[in-house]
Design a protein around this ligand. Structure first.
Ligand code: ATP
Ligand code: MG
Length: 733
């Protein structure tokens, strides 16, 4: 056969090419810093294995850290190779385990239609459990129990093997055992369970294990530094039949220790797979010189590093801009103004990222972007699929394929309200407990009040596989009365819920089973009439915001630093750089906490290609409290020669900017509406409703002279419109 490798390797430097071409039969670890091409090497390695027939498509499993990364890798591979990649297992650990459990649901003791609990579903199950067990939330916080359960599962430990000397832990263990039973009865699976269950059935079933061990001759893992103990054990088990594991990672980017990630896995891996030397890549292709120098300077303050060098041939580029704002609103204004400037200079909006340490910081930024009519897309935080009304609708869908899903049933049995009182629900729960059945089973024949609900669910069940997914979602919204319920509410917030539900129908309409992440669709589901619904629900639980509805491609990207791992952008803003925020207060009291925060800062800096902004606020409202901040120590760790200190803009440049008050600590809270002038009765900054475009905010206005005014209104997803008050039917809200 013809060796086409030079073509594939053309875009690699000699070190990278060597990594791609290392012995296809043995395992390897690529240990290299940010932006050195690890992910590119991993992707090319897959193509190289296929092209040179070291492996067939079905012999390959590739694990990425996010669904977004999996999708990108799939796109790249498709561009490099003329192969159909469906038989390859490519996805996140969770996605791959989901696929595995759907295939082997019998071995796993699960219904094929099992539901995946996201963390808010899990939290509500845990609350319900504590109530059932008569445990006061004050004596045992649901979050504590949730954290305990997940940590045990991630360590591979079931309740029945745990033991503790102290009564508090004993009680946690008892609750864990009850939780396991509850989930089993309802046929639901949390994130950690996806992995643990997969591991257990492989471990307990030699024939099955042998099958997969011989099938997957090549396992490739990106972001290896963030695998936890259970993931590592699972990989090791699968690879035990002699598979070649190709792992790439960077110890300096290990940022999930709090979730059980273990950098020690890297040295363990070298030992377990008898690898003499990790392969190193030392050239950074992502960032300009100043940005890379800043990243290197910060991470140097950590000890216990595995040791790597990173250099670049790129020019030094601009200095890093640092801005200390008077408060969080002024900081957001600064960022928005810079984004406007970048936009004028023709930078792509989706190549601009706003990073922050915690999700709570996004609100002020979002508001400023919204008012400036800059479209943005927010990752993580409250995902579309986590919004209350969307969860309600999904609960009906879940019941349609599995009425024994107690969590779903409890969520909507009386929502929208249909006169089923707490009393009736408690009766059902008691009956279920007595006969050890699901609530659905217990509710049968429970009387006139419940009957319409049962009929509703039966009606929806009857539609599964008969009507299209979109039709089914529409039925859910109509038959349940959900959409009518929200339509009848007067507040804007409720109107948004109607829009979100409509968006859900859009999502269902645009949903193609073929497009779903390859790892979510095992072949044996193909004949199941519920397939589209299962795939849709799995996608809703596993996607992390990347397919968010209602945001175009040209949008500024907002996310936490954690969520930015592996990604890159032309321009990056790191906001909220205050001591106590980043590094976080909590981390500083923990052994190793500060080093982890510093790695997080290293990740943040190294996301930027060309331009980096760092900003802070001297006052910030968070969780209802005013907090006063000084610049983060990480800013001090960047050599001053690399920083460009921006001075607050003068008053004349921007009327709305109050940062000239920088040292005036007693300044009143800043109001955004500096121009209390009316335009035909409307104010800039006011919310209005338009028949066609929905709810919007007035961002600019001018008088027409005839008493009417021209208003520029931002209608969010509907865009920015200029409307005349004499013609457009606008109502204030
Ligand atoms: P991270 O640690 O952040 O995950 P990484 O090591 O995975 O980074 P990549 O994302 O693979 O790095 O590569 C960083 C950037 O450099 C990408 O835009 C990639 O396309 C580019 N790149 C990698 N290698 C080369 C090369 N040899 N020539 C030109 N560009 C390259
Ligand atoms: Mg990468």
């Amino acid at each position: 056969f013809e060796d086409n490798t030079p073509d594939l390797l053309r875009h690699l430097n000699p070190q990278q090419a060597q990594a791609v071409e290392c012995n296809p039969k043995t395992s390897a670890l690529i240990l290299a810093g940010a932006g050195s091409g690890k992910t590119r090497v991993l992707t090319t390695r897959i193509a190289w294995l296929l092209q040179n027939q070291h492996a067939g498509v079905h012999n390959i499993m590739a694990v990425t850290f996010t669904n977004k990364a999996a999708k990108e890798m799939q796109t790249r591979l498709s561009a490099m190779l003329p192969y159909n990649l469906r038989a390859m297992w490519l996805g996140t650990f969770h996605g791959i385990c989901n696929r595995f459990l759907r295939l082997h649901y019998r071995d796993a003791g699960l219904p094929q239609t099992f539901q995946i609990l996201d963390s808010s579903d899990q939290a509500s199950i845990i609350k319900r459990l504590l109530k059932q067990l008569n445990i006061d939330e004050k004596s045992l916080a649901p979050r504590t129990l949730q954290g305990f359960i997940n940590a045990q599962k991630e360590a591979g430990l079931r309740a029945n093997v745990l033991d503790a000397p102290d009564p508090f832990t004993q009680r946690l263990i008892k609750c864990y055992a009850e939780y396991e039973q509850l989930c089993q009865r309802e046929g639901v699976v949390d994130f950690a369970e996806l992995l643990l269950r997969s591991y257990e059935i492989l471990n307990a079933n030699p024939a099955l294990l042998a099958h997969y061990q011989s099938r997957f001759t090549h396992i490739l893992v990106d972001e290896f530094q963030d695998t936890n103990k259970l993931q590592y054990a699972w990989l090791k088990l699968l690879a035990d039949g002699g598979a070649a594991v190709f792992a790439v990672g960077d110890d300096d980017q290990s940022i999930y220790r709090f979730r059980g990630a273990n950098v020690g896995n890297m040295t363990q891996f070298l030992r377990d797979f008898q690898i003499n030397q990790p392969i190193k890549l030392e050239q950074n292709y992502r960032s300009v010189g100043n940005i890379l120098a800043a990243a290197n300077a910060v991470i140097q303050n950590n000890t216990d590093r595995l040791g790597k060098n990173l250099r670049t041939d790129a020019e030094a580029g601009e200095k890093i801009s640092f801005f200390a704002a008077y408060n969080d609103i002024a900081e957001a204004d600064f960022i928005v103004n810079e984004i406007k400037e970048l936009k004028r200079e023709n930078w792509q909006l989706n190549q601009i990222a706003l990073l922050y340490r915690s999700n709570a910081q996004s609100r002020v930024l979002e508001q400023a972007l919204f008012q400036a009519a800059i479209s943005y897309k927010i990752y993580g935080g409250l995902r579309f699929y986590e919004r209350l009304e969307v969860k309600h609708a999904l609960a009906y869908l879940r019941l349609a394929i599995n009425p024994n899903d107690d969590n779903a049933l409890l969520r909507v049995i009386n929502f929208p309200p249909r006169g089923i009182g707490t009393r009736s629900i408690e009766n059902i729960q008691a009956a279920a407990q007595q006969q050890n059945s699901s609530l659905w089973q217990a509710a049968q024949g429970m009387g006139k009040k419940i009957a319409p609900f049962i009929e509703l669910v039966e009606q929806l069940r009857g539609q599964v596989g008969v009507v299209s997914l979109a039709e089914l979602v529409k039925s859910v919204l109509d038959l349940s009365g959900l959409i009518k319920h929200y339509q009848n509410q007067k507040q804007i917030s409720e109107q948004e819920r109607v829009e979100n539900l409509e968006e859900l129908v859009n999502a269902a309409t645009g949903f193609r089973v073929e497009d779903v992440q390859l790892d979510m669709l095992p072949e044996n589901l193909a004949d199941n009439p519920a397939l589209p619904v299962i795939a849709f629900l799995s996608n809703a639980a596993l996607e992390s915001g990347e397919n968010q509805a209602g945001s175009g491609d040209q949008a500024v990207q907002l996310m936490t630093v954690h969520a930015a791992k592996g990604l890159e952008f032309d321009a990056v803003f790191i906001s909220g750089m205050e001591e106590g925020r980043f590094p976080s207060e909590l981390s500083m009291n923990e052994a190793g906490g500060l080093a982890e925060e510093r790695r997080l800062m290293y990740v943040a800096i190294t996301r930027a290609r060309k331009r980096l902004y760092i900003s802070m606020a001297q006052q910030r409202m968070l969780h209802g409290q005013m907090q006063y901040g000084v610049p983060s120590r990480f800013v001090d760790e960047i050599p001053d020669s690399l920083l460009h200190h921006l001075s607050p803009p003068s008053k004349s440049r921007n009327l709305n900017d109050n940062s000239h008050l920088i040292f005036n600590q007693t300044a009143p809270a800043i109001s955004r509406t500096e121009l209390p002038r009316e335009f035909d009765g409307f104010l800039i900054g006011e919310n209005v409703r338009h028949e066609k475009f929905g709810v919007g905010v007035i961002i600019d206005a001018s008088d027409k002279g005839n008493g009417s005014a021209n208003l520029t209104i931002n209608f969010g997803a509907q865009g920015v419109k200029e409307l005349n008050t004499a013609f457009a039917k606008l109502t204030k809200i």
